[in-house]
Design a protein around this ligand. Structure first.
Ligand code: NAD
Length: 376
């Protein structure tokens, strides 16, 4: 039986636009997808940029008018990989046109926007996905399973960090990531740290219910791209103490001026019988400490990703050969397509994206107030 066709439209062909296109291409070759995929059209800011992207990424058509892409009756799924401030308008238009929508994180600059988007999608009955690709790492799935199965005993603490140095240069220009509403390190990469914290601990410790934030701007102005400098108000470093529903204490740090760090999306989980340590810098490994090991032989053991950690085996039959960043996107794509086909629930839909935005805003509010805040 031929598979039904699913036609993809992509808005934005920068860093993430490419990753989405790679994700579809890889997923179609690795997974037994429920659809035959067609990269139908790509939109970007000019005809030239869009045409170049279509040719490079394998889309059949291109346009400088994202509205015409959204209105195209042939398109089933709209992928939004544009700057944060554009997500809401584009997603609402796509939902209104009856499309499934796959939007990059953070879902929107404000939680109120994210709520409107989630509610619109739910009312329209379309399937949504937010790009939290790090959660698709088989090693994170393994960590979550080990925690839930009690292999670490009672969970007593959590530490997460997402640190990079892409904003460490004082003369780096003002970008959409510095926009006063919705910008900042906490929204940009702290969103990943928060998503990971709840992905791992919520099944056992419950959701994060209270936060104490400390968000600071260290580089207070940047070149504005003309000849002047523009004031920066958003956080370069956002830290928060977290309290999970069962009382477990945790913390996260988001830092985009962490000189020398390129992709430190790391966590440690401490339990009464064991601990886990993970670094995105070596993301095909999970380190496990067990108090069951006898004295004198204890230490973190390194578990390498392999076919025993699904869906690794679909990519490679041999353990230890490692997945890459674009492979995580391919796993996210596949999970989303199974959800569109009704074979599973949406892995990280707009409502889940709203949850992360709510956490980000509560941490900001706590930082401004200098006091603990309950998460609404
Ligand atoms: P980028 O600047 O590399 O790409 C943005 C693209 O959008 C560009 O091609 C730009 O020309 C296009 N664009 C801008 N305005 C447009 C318009 N009106 N119509 C059509 N196209 C338009 O940015 P990026 O780093 O790819 O970030 C895009 C989104 O992806 C952001 O929301 C960001 O937070 C998210 N992101 C997610 C991850 C992840 O790991 N999930 C990583 C990086 C970025």
């Amino acid at each position: 039986m031929p598979k039904p066709k699913l036609r993809i439209g992509l808005i934005g062909s920068g860093f993430m636009g490419k990753t989405h296109a790679f994700g579809y291409s890889i997923a179609a070759r690795v997974f037994d997808l429920p659809f035959e995929l067609e990269l139908h059209a790509v939109a970007d800011i000019s005809d030239e940029v869009a045409a170049k992207a279509a040719s490079a990424l394998g889309f059949a058509r291109s346009t400088s008018d994202w509205r015409s892409l959204v209105a195209d009756p042939a398109i089933d799924v709209v992928n939004i990989t544009t700057p944060n401030a554009l997500h809401k308008e584009m997603a609402l238009a796509a939902v209104a046109a009856g499309k499934h929508v796959y939007c990059e994180k953070p879902l929107a600059p404000l939680a109120t926007d994210a709520r409107e988007m989630a509610e619109a999608a739910e009312a329209a009955g379309v399937k949504t996905q937010v790009g939290f690709n790090y959660l698709c790492n088989p090693m994170l799935g393994l960590a979550r399973d080990m925690i839930a199965a009690g292999e670490l005993g009672e969970i007593r603490g959590y530490r997460g960090v997402h640190a990079e140095d892409y904003m460490a240069d004082t003369n780096g220009p003002f970008t959409f990531r510095h926009e006063p509403v919705g910008g900042g390190a906490l929204a940009d990469i702290g969103s990943h740290a928060l998503a990971t914290a709840e992905f791992l601990l919520a099944p056992t410790a419950g959701p994060i219910i209270r936060v104490m934030g400390d968000c600071v701007t260290m580089i207070k102005e940047r070149p504005d791209g003309k000849d002047g400098r523009r004031r920066v108000e958003v956080d370069d470093v956002g830290r928060a103490f977290l309290r999970f529903a069962n009382g477990t204490s945790g913390s996260i740090e988001a830092n985009w001026i962490a000189t020398g760090r390129k992709m430190q999306h790391d966590f440690e989980v401490y339990g009464s019988r064991g601990a886990l340590a993970f670094s995105q810098e070596r993301f095909s490994e999970l380190h496990f400490f067990s108090t069951d090991d006898r004295g004198g032989r204890q230490g973190f053991r390194r578990i390498e990703a392999g076919p025993e950690h699904p869906p690794y085996g679909l990519f490679c039959v041999a353990p230890g050969h490692q997945l890459g960043f674009n492979d995580l996107k391919a796993i996210e794509v596949a999970n989303y397509l199974y959800a569109i086909a009704g074979r599973r629930s949406e892995p990280f839909n707009f409502r889940a994206g709203l949850r992360i935005q709510t956490l980000v805003e509560t941490i900001h509010a706590s930082s401004r107030a200098g006091a603990w805040k309950d998460v609404p």
